[in-house]
Design a protein around this ligand. Sequence first.
Ligand code: ZN
Length: 54
Amino acid sequence: MSLRDPFKLELARRHLLDKKVCRNCGATNPLGAVKCRKCRSKNLRLKRKKAKGR
Ligand SMILES: [Zn+2]
């Protein structure tokens, strides 16, 4: 699979960024996660890169 396609690259990048990080243990969880898969804490935050203009 090639990542030359800009659209796919953007999609992959967005997918990588849209994760949730547990504030308790630092594990990354899927975006739809409600609880941390490691420690089951509900203390999750969104992992997002700083976007320009916002
Ligand atoms: Zn955790």
